[in-house]
Structure formats: structure tokens, C-alpha cells
Design a protein around this ligand. Structure first.
Ligand code: ATP
Length: 921
């Protein structure tokens, strides 16, 4: 394939019509067989990934973080102490091994976590495959970008990502953003004309993989794919972009560091207190080190990551792909959602139901894109629908199987016009043949209109369709009884009234107009002025059934939903009423033009009004301004967007939400979340899941830290009471931290959302994870636990009658007492896990068995404790003794004390909030 292997210079220098032959293709594109052959020769259109980080490297990295290093040093020092001790104490060696065990276990959790996060990210990426529109065998098809081959004819529109390196063969106001390749962020215009030889990247008639179409439309022929592209030459895809830590992760990491500092201080204190009473330095040192290691919350960051990634996976199952972990947290504190209308609140299944022309209204039957239905007096609407249809880029795709439906490739508004045309008896191919398109001024949501120029038997004509206000402003005449009458003020008012009438029924309204031209290449100004209005088209787009409930849920959850639409205010209001966004008789409806007239102060006071707010006929720039204004007010804003020029607002918002089904590549790239089904209801679900993640993190923090209090207080009490030994030794504490506590913490991190999670206002953006209420709860539950186990310990020691000074490690009563302390904490943690599941609801309301994983994890901890108490090998390691049934009963009873106390606290809280709610009524 000589033309394909070294095409650059010749291809850029050729006139557009010769490009097809040079690249061994044609305007009709490649045939299926040719495409197949070329795919075999050139391979898939993808960049070679750099080899992922080797598994051993990933594993190795786990041992170099701060915690791991501290623990490894601690284990080394303990081994050293064991070597220096005279006589040697097997307990010291056990502690050293246990610390190494902690390091290994943490590395294991960290590694699995990272590995599965990477896999999840890859899986999520694969769920939104990149596609592009390509002409093959004369048909326009949507293909995965991977399948594009040299010689393919690519159809490009604003917002599309360029799938490969191509020579432009047709350009209508086409401009691309070459920033990924050249660093220049301005949009650069493209042409189909030949250019002089020079560097390929500077050729104005080429578009390159990795860049995006900013405005306009065009046709281009692929000359290089995959690694052969300029992008492929410059870049190697990084295996994984460095993942930024989220605020929650940063808060937990800094908390863990602070706790480690406190542990160090406590360790030093214990060492200082015990040093004078011991025979050697080694024993108090090893003891202090053990307590320190036990108090460090090693598993915390990993548990948090697990919890966040569970949130991400749950959202993916509910059609919301989170691209940045940050969004999971931000979703939980969202206070305002600015939502599009078409496709998000509605089904984006447009059907023309009314056509108005020559002073009369004609109704259209049928639903969706299936071209079956009737139009009253169809002959009289044919010219309007012919013009509208020729001014469209969308294509109708018939079903290929019995379960499939008619689909639209391209803009759904245009799809509806084509369907109406077929219902009126038009044949698009014949119309196109009779009036071939010469040029186009593409639609964009700022101009709200689109124009095409055609060569007809009667000379050149411009066909225009767009928002009625925009089109009417450019009309000088109106089609009446086969001729163009002047569009006088009375006519204008009458037409506007008809358009408003259609809009107030909730219909999307388009005006269609025409103009005779002098030549094939008019300036845009010429093509879009002195037009003759042919009439109006009204199309209906039914609301999504699930949206009404989602809107109600958001209201209950204290989230404000603001509709931001490019559509007519009356259409917007009608749809808003249908989905429950507007309830009162007087919503505040503000148009883009009115927004332009407001300064920031006026906008701020508008947004501060708590009434139902609809922003209509707005452009993406307005959207950006509104998002910024809300953020100025301290709101956490989620905003939806689908067009290329929505990207700034999507990037600027706290959560940019792009449409997976209908949105552009550019919007998807800019967003932090992509909705696979485009539905507003999926945003509401994600907010619910985002809130649940935050709640779960709080649950396991309270759970994990409360037992630290339960361990530390008895140790301090014994030290200051002058008891020569500890109520619980370091190896036992490690067994709790790593044996019985890890799994319940993970199960708490995976809890489904609480049923009332959407009945509360959003969490404040400034709320700290370790709020007064969280710390208070840790001290409350941990304090009671500490009192109970301390009482058990001193009661058991005291009732033996042995003086404190006579106790040694081998005293049986001592061994029983420390076993009881450990078992007491394990049992109490089992009940704590149940109570931390809700701040204010009783465990009975939450359901004792509603999280079976938690029960199983708790059961495992108790079984492990039993093994430590009864198995001789473990008794030797932990210095424990067998407990009898009476001991277990007492411990189980005491274990429920924190739970019962918490139940009483919750009941009080509920009574108080019931009373204040009653008082507020
Ligand atoms: P929504 O919030 O409903 O999604 P939007 O912001 O997507 O609305 P636009 O697509 O910008 O709205 O459309 C604004 C107006 O432009 C529409 O009300 C319609 O009158 C007109 N319009 C929409 N699509 C086209 C098109 N393909 N060609 C010409 N005019 C169009």
C-alpha cells in the first residue's frame, strides 16, 4: 500500500478531491472487506501501553511507606532486645514476629486494594468505549475507535474526539484543539485545501488523534492509526496516572499520623514509669514498644480505600461511572444540582407532534423514531419538512433484529424531523440528490440555529432551522399561499404567539426558513438573513418516569435542583412541572438574556431566593457563570453537560456529570462522573451512595478507635495502681487489631446506605471527619468498655487474695485475668459493631441480622478468641488460660453494657429531636 505507508507530504499537498484516491478509498468509504484487510495489516487503532508496574514492584512499594518502615524498625529493635536479654524471654521474640506479621498483613491488604482499584479503573474505562462515525460502503456507521483503519472516512462534529490522524476532505467552520500535541490551547481552524510542504503537525488540513473538534463539522480521511499517529510517536500511555488522594483520605492519613504520635508519647510515658521498677532496661522497653505498635491504626488507610472503592463499584452498578475518587466524597455533600433537560430529565426520544405552516396547525401521530404515523393534510407541510430534513446531519437507523427499535445516529432533534418527513411521504435520498448540500454553518447551542446551502434546480438556496426567536429575528418574509409575504409586526407577534402556545404544552419548538442565494459560498451573515419563514415544528420529549421520585428524594435530602436548559422558557417550565421541579404557581424563570443584564450582585441575590428556579435559553457560558456564583455562596455544585462547550462548567463544578449515551467525548473527558444512562435519577442515586460512603467511614472509625480506649485505659490504670504486670499484653492487642477487628471494620465500610440517608440535609463542606460527635462517641463507647474490662481484671486479681508484688507472668490467676480482658474486649467489640451502624436509630430498627457479613466477621473474632484461650500452642504464644462458661457469661453480659448505654443515648436523642421537630411545627 504505497499510498498509505508514506502519505504525509503528498496527502497534505493534494487537492481535497484527490485525497480519497491517494489513500485508496472513496467518498463512499472502504468496503467491509477492505476494512477487514487493513485492520489485519495495520492492527487495532490503539496505543501500546507501557508495561504495567511489575507485581513484585507493587508489592515492594507496600514495605516502603512510613508505617511499614516504623514497624520494621520496631520489629528489628525487638529482635535485638531479645538477643541482649539475659535470660531470654520467648515473649519478646513472639512480639517481634507478631510485629512482622502486622507488616505483612498490612502489605497484603494494601497490595490487594491497589491491584483491585487498578482493575476497577480499567473495567470502568471499558464501559464507555470510544466510538466515532465512519462512512463505509456508502453508509454512515458508528464504530469503536479501535476499529478505525487507514482509508476510513470519518465524519466529525463539535465535541468529537479525533480517532486517528486524518487529512481533512471537507470542512465547515471546522476547528480543533491541538493542545495535547502542541500545547497551544486555542482552537485552530482546519481547511480542506492543499497546504505547502512543512512539518506535519503544522498542516492546517490535518487533524490528529488525541485532539478534539471544538466547533464546526467535516469529513476526513484516515492516513495513520495507533502507534503510527503523531500522538503515538510523542506519547506512551502511562500505565496509571498517579492517583491523587481525596480530602477524606488525607484527613484519615493525617489522623493516623497524629494517633501514631500519641502512641509514641504513651509508649515513652509507660517506659519512664516502668523503668525504675524493672530489673533491666530491655523489658520495659519491649513492653512500651509493644503498646505503641498496638495503638497505631495501621489498617485504617487501607480500610478507607476499600470503602471508597466499594462506593465506586456500587455507583457503577447504578449506571454512574466515577472517574475521580474525589467525586464520591463531593457527591455526599452536594447541595445544588444544575441539570440539563433533554435526555437527563426527559427520555430524549423526540417525536414531532405538531407542524404549523401557512397559518394552520397539522397534527402528527406516532411515537418515537419508528417512521409510522399520519400527518393531517401532509401535502401542505411537505416543503417545510423537506427543508428541515435537508438541514440535518442525523441519520435514521432501522432495526437490525426483532428486538431492536429504530435509532437515531446523531442529534435526536434532527432524528425527529427526519421521521416526520417520512410520515409526510418524503424520500430523503431523492431530496438530497435533487438538492445536494454545498456547505454548512453548523448548529451550536450559543447560536441555537443551523444553516445548510444547497444547489437546486432553481439556483442556490440556504435552509435554516433553529430556535424560533433566533430564526424569526433573521426573517423578512413568511410563506403564505405559495408566495413570500412581508413579515410585518402583526405577523411576527402572531407567529411568536403560536410558538409560545406550542412551548407551553412542553414541546421543543423549531422554526424553519429558507432563502434564495446568488452563489454557492455565501458568507454566514448572508445565508442567515432576509429569510422566508416556512413554519414551526413542535416536538414532544416525554419525561423519564423515574425522575419525579428522584426529584422528590433530592428535595427531602435538602438538595436544590435547578434546571438549566437551552430550550424555550415555556417548554422548560412545562417539563419542570411534569417532573415535580416546579410546584408553586410562580417559579422564577430567568433567560440567558436576562442573566446577561445582571451583575454578580444581582445574580447572587437571584440564587439566594429559595423559590423554584429555571434558567432557560441559556448558553454554556451562562451555565459556567451560574456554577461559579453558586460556589461563591459556599454551595457544593453538581452540574450536567453534554456539549463540547460545557467542558469549562463541568471542570469547574465540584462534580461535573457528563452523559455517557448522548454526550460528546470532550464533555466526558472534562467530567468527574459519567452517567451511562444519562438519567437524572442516577445522579440522585449517586448522591445517596456518596452519603453512605461517608457515613460508613465514620462508623468504622468509631468502631476501631473505641477499642483503643478499651485497651489503653486498663494498662494505664494498672501502671499507676502499681501492679507489676500489664492487664493485656502487646501480642494480645495485635491479635485484636489484626484478628478480630479488621473484618468487622471492612464489613462496616461496605454497609448499604441507611434507609433515612436522604432524609437529612447535606453534610457541611467544612465538617471534619473527627467531629466532636465522632470523638465523643469514641470516648463514650470506649470509656464504658474500658471501665468494664478494668473492673473484670482487678476483680479477678483482687479476689485471688495474692498480693500485687507476688504476681509473675506465670501466675495462673494473672493468665486468666488477661485472657478475660482480651475476651471482654472482643465480645464488647462484637456488640459495638452493631451499635455503630447508626448514630440515632436503635439496633432493633436497623435490624440485628441486616448485615450478615458483619455478624460473620464478629463470629470469626469470637472463634479466634476461643482458640487463643483453649489451644495450648496459642496459650504459649499469648500467655493465656482457658475460660469457663461462667467467665464467658459474665463477659458477654458486660460486653452488652456499651451497646445498652448507647441505646439509651440514642433514645434520648430521638426524643429530643422529636420534640424539637414538634416544636418547629
Ligand atoms: P436541554 O436542556 O433541553 O438539553 P439544550 O441545552 O440541549 O436543552 P440546545 O440543544 O442548546 O438545548 O437547543 C436549544 C434550542 O436550539 C432548542 O430549543 C431548539 O429550538 C434549537 N435546536 C436544538 N437542536 C437543534 C438543531 N440540531 N438544529 C437547529 N436548532 C436546534
Amino acid at each position: 500500500m504505497p499510498g498509505l505507508s508514506e502519505p504525509h507530504q503528498p496527502v497534505t499537498a493534494l487537492p481535497a478531491e484527490d485525497v480519497f484516491t491517494a489513500l485508496e478509498t472513496s467518498r463512499r468509504g472502504l468496503s467491509r472487506a477492505q476494512a477487514h484487510d487493513r485492520l489485519r495489516t495495520h492492527g487495532a487503532n490503539e496505543l501500546p501501553r507501557t508495561a504495567p508496574r511489575a507485581v513484585w514492584r507493587q508489592l515492594g512499594a507496600q514495605f516502603t511507606d512510613l508505617f511499614a518502615v516504623v514497624l520494621i524498625v520496631a520489629a528489628g529493635v525487638t529482635f535485638l532486645a531479645y538477643g541482649l536479654e539475659e535470660p531470654r524471654d520467648a515473649g519478646t521474640a513472639t512480639l517481634a514476629v507478631a510485629i512482622l506479621g502486622v507488616v505483612l498483613l498490612n502489605a497484603g491488604i494494601g497490595f490487594t486494594q491497589e491491584y483491585s482499584a487498578e482493575r476497577t479503573a480499567q473495567a470502568l474505562e471499558a464501559m464507555v468505549p470510544r466510538t466515532c462515525q465512519v462512512v463505509r460502503g456508502g453508509e454512515r456507521l458508528e464504530l469503536p475507535a479501535l476499529d478505525v483503519v487507514p482509508g476510513d472516512v470519518v465524519v466529525m462534529e463539535a465535541g468529537d474526539a479525533v480517532p486517528a490522524d486524518c487529512r481533512v476532505a471537507e470542512a465547515h467552520e471546522l476547528a480543533v484543539n491541538n493542545a495535547p500535541l502542541t500545547g497551544e490551547s486555542n482552537a485552530v481552524g482546519r481547511t480542506a485545501d492543499p497546504v505547502a510542504a512543512g512539518p506535519l503537525l503544522e498542516a492546517r488540513n490535518c487533524v490528529f488523534m488525541g485532539t478534539d473538534v471544538v466547533t464546526g463539522s467535516g469529513l476526513a480521511v484516515v492516513f495513520a492509526t495507533g502507534a503510527a499517529t503523531e500522538f503515538g510517536r510523542i506519547y506512551r500511555l502511562a500505565a496509571a496516572a498517579p492517583r491523587q488522594k481525596t480530602p477524606l483520605q488525607r484527613q484519615v492519613a493525617s489522623m493516623a499520623r497524629r494517633v501514631a504520635g500519641v502512641a509514641l508519647a504513651i509508649g515513652a510515658l509507660l517506659f519512664a514509669v516502668r523503668l525504675p521498677s524493672g530489673d533491666s532496661v530491655v523489658q520495659p522497653f519491649v513492653f512500651a514498644l509493644g503498646v505503641m505498635v498496638a495503638l497505631v491504626p495501621e489498617g485504617l488507610p487501607a480500610t478507607l480505600s476499600v470503602s471508597l472503592s466499594i462506593g465506586v463499584r456500587r455507583m457503577a452498578r447504578r449506571h454512574a461511572l466515577v472517574k475521580r475518587l474525589l467525586a464520591v466524597e463531593a457527591l455526599g455533600s452536594t447541595t445544588v444540582i444544575c441539570t440539563d433537560k433533554t435526555g437527563t430529565l426527559t427520555q430524549a426520544e423526540m417525536t414531532v407532534t405538531e407542524v404549523w405552516t401557512e397559518g394552520r396547525s397539522h397534527s402528527v401521530t406516532g411515537v418515537g423514531y419508528e417512521p409510522r404515523g399520519e400527518i393531517t393534510d401532509s401535502a401542505s407541510v411537505r416543503e417545510l419538512l423537506r427543508v428541515a430534513g435537508l438541514c440535518c446531519n442525523a441519520r435514521l437507523v432501522p432495526p437490525t433484529g426483532p428486538t431492536e427499535r429504530w435509532r437515531v445516529l446523531g442529534d435526536t432533534t434532527e432524528g425527529a424531523l427526519l421521521v416526520a418527513g417520512i410520515k409526510a411521504g418524503l424520500d430523503r435520498r431523492a431530496d438530497e440528490a435533487a438538492a445536494p448540500r454545498v456547505t454548512e454553518f453548523p448548529f451550536d447551542s450559543d447560536r441555537k440555529l443551523m444553516t445548510t446551502v444547497h444547489r437546486t434546480g432553481a439556483g442556490y438556496q440556504a435552509y435554516v432551522k433553529g430556535a424560533p426567536g433566533e430564526v424569526l429575528a433573521r426573517c423578512a418574509g413568511i410563506q403564505q399561499a405559495g408566495r413570500s409575504d412581508a413579515l410585518t409586526g402583526t405577523y411576527r407577534t402572531a407567529v411568536a404567539a403560536v410558538a409560545d402556545g406550542l412551548a407551553s404544552k412542553g414541546l421543543r419548538v423549531l422554526a424553519v426558513a429558507r432563502r434564495d442565494l446568488h452563489g454557492p459560498r455565501p458568507a454566514q451573515e448572508e445565508a442567515e438573513s432576509v429569510l422566508t419563514l416556512l413554519g414551526l415544528v413542535g416536538m414532544q420529549d416525554p419525561p423519564r418516569p423515574e425522575v419525579t421520585d428522584a426529584v422528590t428524594a433530592c428535595r427531602r435530602a435538602g438538595i436544590r435542583v435547578v434546571m438549566v436548559t437551552g430550550d424555550h422558557p415555556l417548554t422548560g417550565e412545562a417539563v419542570a412541572r411534569r417532573v415535580g421541579l416546579v410546584r408553586g404557581s410562580e417559579p422564577v424563570v430567568v433567560t440567558g438574556t436576562q442573566l446577561d443584564g445582571m451583575d454578580d450582585a444581582a445574580l447572587d441575590s437571584l440564587l439566594a431566593t429559595p423559590s423554584d428556579l429555571l434558567l432557560c435559553r441559556v448558553s454554556p457560558e451562562h451555565k459556567m457563570r451560574v456554577v461559579t456564583a453558586f460556589q461563591r455562596h459556599g454551595e457544593v455544585v453538581a452540574v450536567t453537560g453534554d456539549g463540547a462547550n460545557d467542558a469549562p462548567a463541568l471542570k469547574h463544578a465540584d462534580i461535573g456529570v457528563a452523559m455517557g449515551a448522548s454526550g460528546t467525548d470532550v464533555a466526558r473527558e472534562a467530567a468527574s462522573m459519567v452517567l451511562l444512562d444519562d438519567s437524572f435519577a442516577s445522579i440522585a442515586t449517586s448522591v445517596r451512595l456518596g452519603r453512605a460512603v461517608y457515613q460508613n467511614v465514620r462508623k468504622f472509625l468509631v468502631y476501631l478507635f473505641s477499642h483503643n480506649v478499651g485497651e489503653l485505659v486498663p494498662i494505664l490504670a494498672a501502671t499507676f495502681a502499681g501492679f507489676p504486670l500489664v492487664p493485656i499484653n502487646a501480642v494480645q492487642i495485635l491479635a485484636i487489631d489484626l484478628g478480630s477487628d479488621v473484618l468487622p471494620a471492612l464489613a462496616l465500610g461496605a454497609e448499604p446506605p441507611e434507609s433515612d440517608v436522604m432524609d437529612r440535609p447535606p453534610r457541611s463542606r467544612n465538617e471534619r471527619l473527627f467531629s466532636t460527635s465522632v470523638v465523643g462517641r469514641i470516648l463514650f463507647l470506649g470509656g464504658i468498655q474500658a471501665l468494664c474490662v478494668s473492673a473484670v481484671f482487678f476483680w479477678h486479681i483482687g479476689s485471688s487474695g495474692i498480693p500485687f508484688g507476688d504476681f509473675t507472668q506465670d501466675t495462673r490467676v494473672y493468665q486468666e485475668a488477661i485472657t478475660m480482658v482480651q475476651a471482654g474486649i472482643v465480645l464488647s467489640q462484637f456488640f459495638n459493631a452493631l451499635t455503630v451502624r447508626s448514630d440515632h436509630r436503635s439496633v432493633l430498627t436497623v435490624g440485628l441480622t441486616s448485615n450478615p457479613a458483619l455478624l460473620a466477621a464478629g463470629g470469626f473474632g469470637i472463634a479466634l478468641m476461643a482458640a487463643i484461650s483453649y489451644l495450648p500452642t496459642l496459650q504459649a504464644v499469648f500467655n493465656t488460660a482457658p475460660l469457663d462458661a461462667g467467665d464467658w457469661t459474665v463477659l458477654a453480659g458486660l460486653g452488652t453494657v456499651p451497646l445498652l448505654a448507647d441505646e439509651a443515648r440514642k433514645a434520648l436523642l430521638r426524643r429530643r429531636s422529636g420534640r424539637s421537630a414538634g416544636g418547629a411545627k
